[in-house]
Write a protein that binds this ligand. Structure first.
Ligand code: AMP
Length: 342
């Protein structure tokens, strides 16, 4: 990649996990210098793929908080991803002094499943029903634990009795009981640019979860004999294109989520940058949205070289990571950097 650095001396920084390879590679494609903060022992991929111009090793990610003066002096811009929120928690992220790409005021709406629901309802999206108490269960439900990483520990039930039996086998944690939608899961990757006021559909993925994605390899009789329980622990992602006639609705849903987000924060700025709607589409082609991620999702890692959709739009490799860097570069050129950083 070209030696001439762009971006007015700004550098792109992130922490070493989740989608850091994509973020830093995309930043370098756009001519930025990159910084990676990485936990000891996890640096090998980043060294091998040479995405970080500067590698800062720490024993725990949250030591980044002590590096803020250094990052500020290097004009670093932080690109957050899911591991970032696991490492720091909402309050610490809100207090960060290093410029951060995204609207921090949206974070609390994403972090709390009930607030998130309020947001998605405001957007007019179709959501799975929530059951207030186990006794109300009248069909298939999925029980989700708060703060569970990648669907770990989620379980299915069909009655209050089954719910109580299964919850007893698990450690006590807060949960929600959600209607289980039988259909095809589709994760939609969007990017909304506040500079052009355009919503882009970047790509799609489906997840590869253990053990739910391998249970189909075992005959139904053996599944019963083995007493198998499904779990949803994320291990990877698989590429997907959607039936083209679904695209108008997919654009509409993304635009509705962005528009509704402007009613959530006092400044009416709302959501911008990468985000994802996590959906299940039923046989009658209705999208049920069960979650929104207000940041880059790991399914975009499939498309470091671009997706069929970014090919159509850009005609050059455009990952979500590169799209973020391009937005920052455009903001610098237009003197609007403050509008996209927090
Ligand atoms: P999550 O961690 O919320 O992304 O969900 C983990 C897994 O559960 C994914 O495979 C989803 O497809 C599945 N899932 C989550 N919510 C529902 C739902 N309401 N109906 C059907 N599947 C769901």
């Amino acid at each position: 990649m070209g030696a001439a650095k762009t971006g007015n001396g700004h550098k792109i920084a992130t922490i070493g996990s989740h989608s850091a390879l994509q973020i830093l590679y995309g930043a370098k494609q756009e001519g930025f210098s990159t910084i990676l903060i990485c936990e000891n022992g996890r640096e090998q991929p980043y060294k091998s793929y040479k995405v970080a111009d500067e590698l800062i090793l720490v024993s725990k990610f949250n030591e980044m908080l002590k590096l803020q003066e250094k990052l500020l002096s290097e004009k670093a811009i932080i690109i957050p991803h899911a591991t970032f929120f696991d490492a720091f928690g909402l309050e610490e992220v809100e207090k960060l002094k290093v410029p951060y790409f995204g609207n921090k005021k949206i974070l609390k709406w994403e972090a709390d499943r009930l607030l998130q629901r309020e947001w998605l309802k405001k957007a007019g999206l179709i959501l799975p029903k929530i059951y207030k108490k186990p006794e109300d269960i009248d069909g298939p439900v999925i029980i989700k634990f708060y703060g569970a990483r990648g669907g770990k520990g989620f379980f299915l039930a069909r009655s209050a009795e089954e719910f109580y039996k299964k919850i007893k086998e698990r450690e006590a944690r807060s949960y929600i009981i959600q209607e289980y939608i039988v259909g095809a899961p589709i994760y939609i990757h969007y990017f909304y640019s506040p500079l052009t006021d355009e919503l882009e559909v970047m790509s799609f993925d489906r997840r590869y979860e253990s053990n739910v994605d391998s249970i189909g390899r075992i005959a139904a009789k053996d599944q019963l004999d083995l007493g198998l329980e499904t779990s949803y622990n994320i291990t990877g992602n698989m590429p997907l294109v959607v039936r083209e006639s679904l695209l108008p609705e997919i654009f509409r849903m993304g635009e509705a989520a962005v528009k509704a987000s402007r009613k959530l924060d006092g400044d009416k700025i709302g959501l911008y940058g990468p985000f994802s709607l996590e959906t299940v589409i039923t046989p009658d082609l209705k999208f049920f949205v069960f979650e929104i991620s207000a940041r880059i999702v790991a399914g975009t890692n499939l498309y470091i070289n671009g997706s069929p959709y970014t090919d159509l739009k850009y005609g050059e490799p455009m990952s979500t990571g590169r799209r973020i860097a391009r937005e920052i570069k455009a903001a610098i050129e237009q003197n609007k950097l403050a509008a996209i950083l927090n």
